[in-house]
Design a protein around this ligand. Structure first.
Ligand code: ZN
Length: 357
């Protein structure tokens, strides 16, 4: 995420703090300082820092379990609305998702218990009216906030932790996409309730409702796409209607094709054998830098990836992203069947029923 500053590394996982969080700290310092003086300002900042330390511990819970299960955690980012553990992939094995999701709220509840015991040992009144950002009674405040965080995150509001736990439990008994759909529906029902309840009683809750609603929708869409990409053989989604170039053609020949069709990516063939490729970016750069009678052999790329028509479309998607765009030729044995690029994957998804279960 842009505008995030790395402040440390825990168990190999970078901890980053988003610039808006620093602004929140500044806001707390100024607003509590205004009412309570310097001491109030310092108290406010310490309290918010302690609170977000608890949020980091919650996220570390998710991240460490994920790492243990073999999922790479890119980083943990702290935002004013909470923390995010960015994982390389969402676990689709139900038990793994269950463990990873459940641990966060459990950490929060465990922290609540610790603060409760400490507060009681010190003889503090742990009733909720005692909570204030400013009076320095941190323990009681941290007890309540961790308790609320733990319980709130356990609500089945997908894509929050509790919603993920629900999906995992459902996925143990039914098809993954169906489990996702039910969890998303329940999550969105919760989101609508949060929104309307929040409109009257708590503005933040209304805002969280909107985030949950959109997050649930986005994740359902991604889940369907990921699944379909994995299940569709790449040979089914390729571009089969195209013109090829020969190494002895010139840039002008490529230009003639590009000007009168939608084709900008070119396989280069000699005697029925694929000897190179000329992807769009490379073609456009060559047009800019070289005269139009330049031969294709001197601008084509001979170092390229090929896929077999039976490979999953997900593989093509990953490879194209790895090479940052371009296209991948798709073969059946030694025969070129066609090729695929990102636009084609998008088009196939939209028009040709990739999204259907
Ligand atoms: Zn969580």
């Amino acid at each position: 995420m842009k505008w995030s500053i790395q402040v440390g590394k825990f168990f190999g996982i970078p901890l980053k703090i988003h610039i808006t969080f620093w602004l929140l700290l500044l806001f707390v310092a100024l607003s509590s300082g205004k009412h309570e003086g310097l001491q109030g300002g310092i108290h406010g900042v310490i309290f918010v820092s302690l609170l977000f330390t608890c949020v980091v511990l919650h996220e570390l819970g998710h991240s460490l379990v994920a790492q243990h299960l073999g999922i790479t955690v890119r980083d943990i980012i702290l935002l004013p609305i909470g923390g995010i553990s960015q994982m390389e992939r969402i676990p689709e094995e139900p038990m793994n998702e269950l463990y990873i999701s459940a641990i966060g709220p459990l950490v929060s509840l465990a922290l609540a218990l610790v603060f409760f015991i400490l507060a009681r040992l010190l003889g503090l009144n742990t009733a909720i009216p005692q909570v204030s950002l400013l009076d320095g009674n941190f323990l009681v405040g941290l007890f309540w906030i961790n308790l609320i965080l733990g319980i709130f995150n356990l609500l089945p509001a997908f894509p929050m932790d509790g919603g993920r736990v629900l999906r995992a439990l459902l996925a143990l008994h039914m098809e993954y996409l169906q489990a996702t759909h039910i969890a998303v529906t329940i999550g969105q029902a919760c989101a609508i309730f949060f929104f309307f309840y929040g409109l009257f009683f708590n503005f933040w809750l209304a805002l969280i409702g909107i985030f949950i609603y959109m997050g649930a929708e986005g994740e359902e869409h991604d889940t369907i796409l990921r699944r379909s990409l994995r299940r569709t053989p790449v040979g089914q989604a390729i571009i089969t209607s195209f013109k090829e170039l020969s190494p002895d053609d010139s840039l002008q020949d490529a230009m003639n094709i590009a000007c009168h069709s939608l084709q900008m990516d070119f396989p280069v063939m000699r005697d029925g054998e694929l000897v190179g490729i000329l992807p769009k970016d490379r073609f456009l750069n060559a047009m800019k830098d070289s005269p139009s009678d330049t031969l294709i052999r001197s601008v084509m790329s001979t170092d390229f990836i090929m896929l077999s028509d039976t490979d999953p479309l997900a593989e093509a998607y990953a490879r194209i992203n790895e090479i940052k765009g371009g296209f991948v030729p798709v073969m059946h044995g030694d025969t070129l069947l066609g090729f695929i690029n990102l636009e084609q994957i998008g088009k196939y998804h939209m028009l040709c029923g990739l999204g259907k279960k």
